[in-house]
Design a protein around this ligand. Structure first.
Ligand SMILES: [Zn+2]
Length: 382
Protein backbone atom coordinates (compact mmCIF):
# COMPACT_ATOMS: atom_id res chain seq x y z
CA UNK A 1 0.00 0.00 0.00
CA UNK A 2 2.80 2.38 1.04
CA UNK A 3 4.86 1.64 -2.08
CA UNK A 4 1.75 2.08 -4.27
CA UNK A 5 1.16 5.55 -2.82
CA UNK A 6 4.82 6.38 -3.28
CA UNK A 7 4.64 5.23 -6.88
CA UNK A 8 1.50 7.32 -7.51
CA UNK A 9 3.19 10.36 -5.99
CA UNK A 10 6.28 9.84 -8.14
CA UNK A 11 4.37 9.67 -11.41
CA UNK A 12 2.82 13.12 -10.75
CA UNK A 13 4.42 16.10 -12.44
CA UNK A 14 6.01 18.77 -10.16
CA UNK A 15 2.94 21.05 -10.23
CA UNK A 16 0.66 18.24 -9.07
CA UNK A 17 3.16 17.21 -6.41
CA UNK A 18 3.22 20.77 -5.08
CA UNK A 19 -0.56 20.89 -5.01
CA UNK A 20 -0.72 17.66 -3.05
CA UNK A 21 1.82 18.93 -0.53
CA UNK A 22 -0.08 22.20 -0.02
CA UNK A 23 -3.26 20.19 0.42
CA UNK A 24 -1.78 18.10 3.24
CA UNK A 25 -0.17 21.12 4.93
CA UNK A 26 -3.51 22.94 4.92
CA UNK A 27 -5.31 19.85 6.14
CA UNK A 28 -2.95 19.57 9.12
CA UNK A 29 -3.06 23.30 9.98
CA UNK A 30 -6.86 23.25 9.59
CA UNK A 31 -7.10 20.37 12.04
CA UNK A 32 -4.71 21.87 14.61
CA UNK A 33 -6.23 25.35 14.33
CA UNK A 34 -8.97 24.18 16.67
CA UNK A 35 -6.78 22.49 19.23
CA UNK A 36 -4.99 25.60 20.45
CA UNK A 37 -8.31 27.18 21.49
CA UNK A 38 -8.84 24.81 24.37
CA UNK A 39 -5.60 25.90 26.04
CA UNK A 40 -6.76 29.47 26.65
CA UNK A 41 -8.59 30.42 29.76
CA UNK A 42 -12.03 31.43 28.65
CA UNK A 43 -14.93 33.14 30.32
CA UNK A 44 -18.49 33.24 29.10
CA UNK A 45 -20.61 36.19 30.22
CA UNK A 46 -24.25 35.23 30.15
CA UNK A 47 -27.37 37.34 30.61
CA UNK A 48 -30.89 35.97 30.96
CA UNK A 49 -33.48 38.47 29.74
CA UNK A 50 -37.10 37.68 30.57
CA UNK A 51 -39.63 39.99 28.84
CA UNK A 52 -43.28 40.95 29.26
CA UNK A 53 -43.73 40.97 33.04
CA UNK A 54 -46.95 42.99 33.45
CA UNK A 55 -50.37 43.18 35.07
CA UNK A 56 -51.53 40.72 32.38
CA UNK A 57 -48.77 38.12 32.77
CA UNK A 58 -48.82 34.83 34.71
CA UNK A 59 -47.75 35.75 38.25
CA UNK A 60 -47.50 32.16 39.43
CA UNK A 61 -45.09 31.21 36.66
CA UNK A 62 -43.05 34.38 37.19
CA UNK A 63 -42.66 33.68 40.91
CA UNK A 64 -41.49 30.16 40.10
CA UNK A 65 -38.92 31.56 37.63
CA UNK A 66 -37.61 34.04 40.22
CA UNK A 67 -37.42 31.21 42.76
CA UNK A 68 -35.31 29.02 40.45
CA UNK A 69 -32.81 31.85 39.95
CA UNK A 70 -32.77 32.59 43.67
CA UNK A 71 -32.18 28.92 44.52
CA UNK A 72 -29.24 28.77 42.12
CA UNK A 73 -27.84 32.11 43.35
CA UNK A 74 -28.11 33.67 39.90
CA UNK A 75 -29.55 36.99 38.71
CA UNK A 76 -31.45 37.95 35.56
CA UNK A 77 -32.94 41.00 33.84
CA UNK A 78 -36.69 41.29 33.76
CA UNK A 79 -38.39 43.51 31.15
CA UNK A 80 -41.45 45.07 32.82
CA UNK A 81 -44.41 46.74 31.10
CA UNK A 82 -45.63 49.42 33.54
CA UNK A 83 -49.08 50.10 31.96
CA UNK A 84 -49.93 47.08 29.77
CA UNK A 85 -52.50 47.69 27.03
CA UNK A 86 -55.85 46.17 27.94
CA UNK A 87 -56.78 44.97 24.44
CA UNK A 88 -54.75 43.37 21.69
CA UNK A 89 -51.24 44.79 21.91
CA UNK A 90 -50.85 44.92 18.15
CA UNK A 91 -54.07 46.91 17.76
CA UNK A 92 -53.21 50.64 17.77
CA UNK A 93 -56.73 51.64 18.88
CA UNK A 94 -56.58 52.57 22.60
CA UNK A 95 -58.48 50.11 24.85
CA UNK A 96 -57.20 51.43 28.19
CA UNK A 97 -54.25 50.41 30.34
CA UNK A 98 -53.59 48.02 33.20
CA UNK A 99 -51.05 49.48 35.66
CA UNK A 100 -48.64 46.94 37.13
CA UNK A 101 -50.10 47.26 40.63
CA UNK A 102 -48.77 46.77 44.12
CA UNK A 103 -48.72 42.97 44.26
CA UNK A 104 -46.50 42.65 41.20
CA UNK A 105 -44.51 45.69 42.25
CA UNK A 106 -43.71 43.95 45.56
CA UNK A 107 -42.54 40.80 43.78
CA UNK A 108 -40.08 42.95 41.83
CA UNK A 109 -39.09 44.95 44.89
CA UNK A 110 -38.22 41.82 46.93
CA UNK A 111 -36.39 40.11 44.07
CA UNK A 112 -34.48 43.29 43.26
CA UNK A 113 -33.48 43.87 46.90
CA UNK A 114 -32.22 40.29 47.09
CA UNK A 115 -30.12 40.83 43.95
CA UNK A 116 -32.06 38.23 41.94
CA UNK A 117 -33.45 40.62 39.30
CA UNK A 118 -32.54 43.79 37.48
CA UNK A 119 -35.78 45.63 36.71
CA UNK A 120 -35.73 46.95 33.11
CA UNK A 121 -38.34 49.16 31.46
CA UNK A 122 -40.10 47.28 28.66
CA UNK A 123 -41.96 50.15 27.01
CA UNK A 124 -45.01 51.90 28.35
CA UNK A 125 -48.04 49.81 27.31
CA UNK A 126 -46.34 47.49 24.75
CA UNK A 127 -48.90 48.66 22.23
CA UNK A 128 -48.56 49.55 18.53
CA UNK A 129 -48.82 53.32 18.14
CA UNK A 130 -50.35 53.47 14.65
CA UNK A 131 -51.58 51.44 11.68
CA UNK A 132 -48.37 52.42 9.90
CA UNK A 133 -46.21 50.94 12.66
CA UNK A 134 -47.88 47.73 13.77
CA UNK A 135 -45.52 46.05 16.23
CA UNK A 136 -43.82 49.27 17.30
CA UNK A 137 -44.53 51.39 20.35
CA UNK A 138 -41.70 53.90 19.85
CA UNK A 139 -40.08 53.66 16.42
CA UNK A 140 -41.62 56.32 14.16
CA UNK A 141 -42.77 58.64 16.96
CA UNK A 142 -41.17 62.05 17.44
CA UNK A 143 -38.81 62.84 20.32
CA UNK A 144 -41.41 64.44 22.63
CA UNK A 145 -43.96 61.63 22.18
CA UNK A 146 -41.35 59.00 23.01
CA UNK A 147 -40.01 61.01 25.94
CA UNK A 148 -43.47 61.33 27.49
CA UNK A 149 -44.07 57.56 27.43
CA UNK A 150 -40.61 56.53 28.61
CA UNK A 151 -40.55 59.13 31.38
CA UNK A 152 -43.96 58.12 32.75
CA UNK A 153 -43.07 54.44 32.62
CA UNK A 154 -39.72 55.04 34.34
CA UNK A 155 -41.15 57.13 37.19
CA UNK A 156 -43.92 54.61 37.90
CA UNK A 157 -41.69 51.54 37.70
CA UNK A 158 -38.93 53.01 39.84
CA UNK A 159 -41.44 53.87 42.51
CA UNK A 160 -43.39 50.63 42.53
CA UNK A 161 -40.32 48.36 42.41
CA UNK A 162 -38.06 50.61 44.48
CA UNK A 163 -35.32 50.10 41.87
CA UNK A 164 -33.27 52.40 39.68
CA UNK A 165 -34.03 51.82 36.00
CA UNK A 166 -30.85 51.68 33.92
CA UNK A 167 -32.00 49.45 31.07
CA UNK A 168 -34.64 49.95 28.40
CA UNK A 169 -36.02 47.01 26.41
CA UNK A 170 -38.10 48.35 23.49
CA UNK A 171 -41.25 46.28 22.79
CA UNK A 172 -40.85 44.04 19.73
CA UNK A 173 -37.20 45.24 19.77
CA UNK A 174 -38.25 48.29 17.72
CA UNK A 175 -36.61 51.67 18.33
CA UNK A 176 -34.96 54.51 16.43
CA UNK A 177 -32.55 57.43 16.88
CA UNK A 178 -35.14 59.43 18.85
CA UNK A 179 -35.40 56.57 21.36
CA UNK A 180 -31.64 56.71 21.94
CA UNK A 181 -31.79 60.50 22.42
CA UNK A 182 -34.64 60.18 24.95
CA UNK A 183 -32.74 57.50 26.88
CA UNK A 184 -29.68 59.75 27.01
CA UNK A 185 -31.76 62.63 28.33
CA UNK A 186 -33.47 60.47 30.95
CA UNK A 187 -30.16 58.86 31.98
CA UNK A 188 -31.21 55.35 31.11
CA UNK A 189 -27.80 54.08 30.03
CA UNK A 190 -28.52 50.72 28.40
CA UNK A 191 -30.73 49.37 25.65
CA UNK A 192 -31.36 45.71 24.85
CA UNK A 193 -33.20 44.91 21.63
CA UNK A 194 -32.17 42.54 18.84
CA UNK A 195 -29.01 42.68 16.73
CA UNK A 196 -30.73 44.42 13.82
CA UNK A 197 -31.48 47.62 15.76
CA UNK A 198 -30.33 51.14 14.92
CA UNK A 199 -26.69 51.91 15.64
CA UNK A 200 -25.50 55.41 16.40
CA UNK A 201 -21.83 55.87 17.16
CA UNK A 202 -22.44 59.34 18.59
CA UNK A 203 -24.88 58.03 21.20
CA UNK A 204 -23.57 57.21 24.67
CA UNK A 205 -26.21 54.50 25.11
CA UNK A 206 -24.75 51.03 25.54
CA UNK A 207 -26.45 48.34 23.53
CA UNK A 208 -26.65 44.69 24.52
CA UNK A 209 -28.97 42.92 22.06
CA UNK A 210 -30.18 39.36 22.61
CA UNK A 211 -28.19 36.62 20.93
CA UNK A 212 -30.22 33.44 21.43
CA UNK A 213 -33.25 31.84 23.03
CA UNK A 214 -33.19 29.31 25.87
CA UNK A 215 -33.60 26.34 23.54
CA UNK A 216 -30.32 27.24 21.81
CA UNK A 217 -28.46 28.23 24.98
CA UNK A 218 -26.46 25.00 25.28
CA UNK A 219 -25.42 25.35 21.62
CA UNK A 220 -24.40 28.95 22.36
CA UNK A 221 -22.19 27.78 25.22
CA UNK A 222 -20.69 25.07 23.02
CA UNK A 223 -19.96 27.57 20.25
CA UNK A 224 -18.44 30.07 22.74
CA UNK A 225 -16.18 27.35 24.16
CA UNK A 226 -14.96 26.49 20.66
CA UNK A 227 -14.05 30.10 19.90
CA UNK A 228 -10.58 31.56 20.61
CA UNK A 229 -12.20 34.44 22.54
CA UNK A 230 -11.17 35.07 26.11
CA UNK A 231 -14.61 36.53 26.77
CA UNK A 232 -17.76 35.50 24.92
CA UNK A 233 -21.09 37.20 25.42
CA UNK A 234 -24.43 35.40 25.37
CA UNK A 235 -27.74 37.16 25.92
CA UNK A 236 -30.52 34.59 26.20
CA UNK A 237 -34.04 35.90 25.77
CA UNK A 238 -37.15 34.10 26.98
CA UNK A 239 -40.85 34.78 27.53
CA UNK A 240 -43.59 33.02 29.47
CA UNK A 241 -45.05 31.82 26.15
CA UNK A 242 -41.90 29.67 25.67
CA UNK A 243 -43.14 27.40 28.48
CA UNK A 244 -45.38 24.49 27.48
CA UNK A 245 -47.37 25.01 30.69
CA UNK A 246 -48.29 28.49 29.43
CA UNK A 247 -48.51 27.77 25.73
CA UNK A 248 -49.42 24.13 24.97
CA UNK A 249 -49.35 24.62 21.20
CA UNK A 250 -46.10 26.53 20.62
CA UNK A 251 -44.23 26.22 23.95
CA UNK A 252 -40.59 25.17 23.57
CA UNK A 253 -39.81 23.61 26.97
CA UNK A 254 -41.53 22.74 30.21
CA UNK A 255 -40.73 24.11 33.62
CA UNK A 256 -38.73 21.09 34.64
CA UNK A 257 -36.44 21.46 31.54
CA UNK A 258 -36.01 25.11 32.43
CA UNK A 259 -35.15 24.31 36.03
CA UNK A 260 -32.55 21.73 34.91
CA UNK A 261 -31.02 24.20 32.46
CA UNK A 262 -30.60 26.93 35.11
CA UNK A 263 -29.15 24.37 37.49
CA UNK A 264 -26.70 23.18 34.80
CA UNK A 265 -25.64 26.78 34.05
CA UNK A 266 -24.99 27.45 37.74
CA UNK A 267 -22.51 24.54 37.81
CA UNK A 268 -20.39 25.70 34.84
CA UNK A 269 -17.22 27.28 36.20
CA UNK A 270 -16.44 29.16 32.99
CA UNK A 271 -19.86 30.87 32.87
CA UNK A 272 -20.51 34.09 34.72
CA UNK A 273 -24.19 35.00 34.93
CA UNK A 274 -24.90 38.73 35.06
CA UNK A 275 -27.76 41.16 34.52
CA UNK A 276 -27.62 43.55 31.55
CA UNK A 277 -26.54 46.45 33.75
CA UNK A 278 -23.89 44.35 35.51
CA UNK A 279 -22.46 43.10 32.22
CA UNK A 280 -22.26 46.61 30.77
CA UNK A 281 -20.53 47.91 33.91
CA UNK A 282 -17.97 45.09 33.80
CA UNK A 283 -16.92 45.64 30.18
CA UNK A 284 -14.64 48.43 28.93
CA UNK A 285 -16.19 51.45 27.18
CA UNK A 286 -16.90 50.92 23.45
CA UNK A 287 -16.36 47.19 23.86
CA UNK A 288 -20.01 46.47 23.15
CA UNK A 289 -20.28 48.92 20.25
CA UNK A 290 -17.48 47.11 18.49
CA UNK A 291 -19.07 43.73 19.21
CA UNK A 292 -22.41 44.93 17.93
CA UNK A 293 -20.91 46.20 14.67
CA UNK A 294 -18.76 43.12 14.28
CA UNK A 295 -21.74 40.85 14.80
CA UNK A 296 -23.45 42.37 11.77
CA UNK A 297 -20.33 41.71 9.70
CA UNK A 298 -20.32 38.13 10.96
CA UNK A 299 -23.99 37.64 10.10
CA UNK A 300 -23.34 38.87 6.55
CA UNK A 301 -20.23 36.69 6.25
CA UNK A 302 -21.77 33.59 7.81
CA UNK A 303 -23.72 32.86 4.64
CA UNK A 304 -20.45 32.33 2.75
CA UNK A 305 -18.98 29.89 5.26
CA UNK A 306 -19.30 26.12 4.86
CA UNK A 307 -21.96 24.67 7.19
CA UNK A 308 -19.64 22.84 9.60
CA UNK A 309 -17.61 25.96 10.46
CA UNK A 310 -20.53 28.35 10.12
CA UNK A 311 -20.66 31.05 12.80
CA UNK A 312 -23.89 30.99 14.70
CA UNK A 313 -24.72 34.69 14.75
CA UNK A 314 -27.79 34.06 16.86
CA UNK A 315 -25.92 32.47 19.67
CA UNK A 316 -23.05 34.53 20.97
CA UNK A 317 -21.17 37.76 20.27
CA UNK A 318 -17.76 36.90 18.92
CA UNK A 319 -14.51 38.89 18.76
CA UNK A 320 -12.46 40.10 15.79
CA UNK A 321 -10.10 37.14 16.43
CA UNK A 322 -12.91 34.65 16.10
CA UNK A 323 -14.14 36.36 12.97
CA UNK A 324 -10.61 36.22 11.46
CA UNK A 325 -10.30 32.56 12.38
CA UNK A 326 -13.58 31.81 10.64
CA UNK A 327 -12.42 33.79 7.60
CA UNK A 328 -9.13 31.87 7.44
CA UNK A 329 -10.93 28.56 7.82
CA UNK A 330 -13.33 29.49 5.03
CA UNK A 331 -10.50 30.45 2.65
CA UNK A 332 -8.61 27.26 3.57
CA UNK A 333 -11.78 25.20 3.05
CA UNK A 334 -12.42 26.52 -0.46
CA UNK A 335 -8.71 26.22 -1.33
CA UNK A 336 -8.67 22.59 -0.21
CA UNK A 337 -11.81 21.92 -2.27
CA UNK A 338 -10.08 23.46 -5.31
CA UNK A 339 -6.89 21.41 -4.82
CA UNK A 340 -8.88 18.26 -4.16
CA UNK A 341 -11.15 18.57 -7.19
CA UNK A 342 -8.31 19.53 -9.54
CA UNK A 343 -6.19 16.61 -8.26
CA UNK A 344 -9.07 14.15 -8.68
CA UNK A 345 -9.81 15.56 -12.13
CA UNK A 346 -6.14 15.21 -13.07
CA UNK A 347 -5.99 11.59 -11.86
CA UNK A 348 -9.19 10.68 -13.73
CA UNK A 349 -8.01 12.28 -16.98
CA UNK A 350 -4.62 10.63 -16.60
CA UNK A 351 -6.05 7.17 -16.01
CA UNK A 352 -8.43 7.62 -18.97
CA UNK A 353 -5.50 8.59 -21.17
CA UNK A 354 -3.49 5.56 -20.01
CA UNK A 355 -6.46 3.27 -20.71
CA UNK A 356 -6.90 4.80 -24.16
CA UNK A 357 -3.25 4.34 -24.95
CA UNK A 358 -3.40 0.68 -23.97
CA UNK A 359 -6.48 0.12 -26.15
CA UNK A 360 -4.86 1.83 -29.11
CA UNK A 361 -1.69 -0.20 -28.76
CA UNK A 362 -3.79 -3.28 -29.64
CA UNK A 363 -5.38 -1.63 -32.71
CA UNK A 364 -3.21 -0.82 -35.83
CA UNK A 365 -5.77 1.73 -37.12
CA UNK A 366 -5.95 3.69 -33.89
CA UNK A 367 -2.16 3.71 -33.53
CA UNK A 368 -1.89 5.45 -36.85
CA UNK A 369 -4.31 8.18 -35.75
CA UNK A 370 -2.46 8.72 -32.50
CA UNK A 371 0.91 8.88 -34.18
CA UNK A 372 -0.37 11.55 -36.52
CA UNK A 373 -0.96 13.79 -33.42
CA UNK A 374 2.67 13.22 -32.39
CA UNK A 375 1.79 11.46 -29.14
CA UNK A 376 2.59 7.77 -29.82
CA UNK A 377 6.13 6.59 -30.59
CA UNK A 378 5.88 2.84 -31.15
CA UNK A 379 6.46 1.32 -34.75
CA UNK A 380 3.71 2.27 -37.15
CA UNK A 381 2.09 -0.06 -39.63
CA UNK A 382 0.93 1.92 -42.66
ZN1 LIG B 1 -42.31 42.28 24.81
Amino acid sequence: MKSKLFYLFNVLNPIKKWRLLVFFILLISFKFGNCSNGKMEQKIYLVFRFDDFSARSNTNLEQKIIEIFRKNKLAFTIGVIPFAGAGSLLDPTPKGHLPLGEEKGNILKNASHQGVVEVALHGYAHQSHSEQYIGSEFKGLDFEQQKEKILQGKIYLEEISDSKINTFVPPWNQYDDNTLKVLEELQINNISADRFGTMNNKSSIQSLPNSCGLSSLKQAVKSARKSPDKISLIIALFHSYDFIEENKRDGLFNFSDFSELINWISKQNDIKVLTIDQMISELPANYLKNKFELNRKIIAYSFKTPPYIRVKPNYSYASEDYFNLIRQKTIAFYFIIFILTSTIAYLIINSLKTGLMKTRSKSPKSSHRSWSRGKITWPIRC
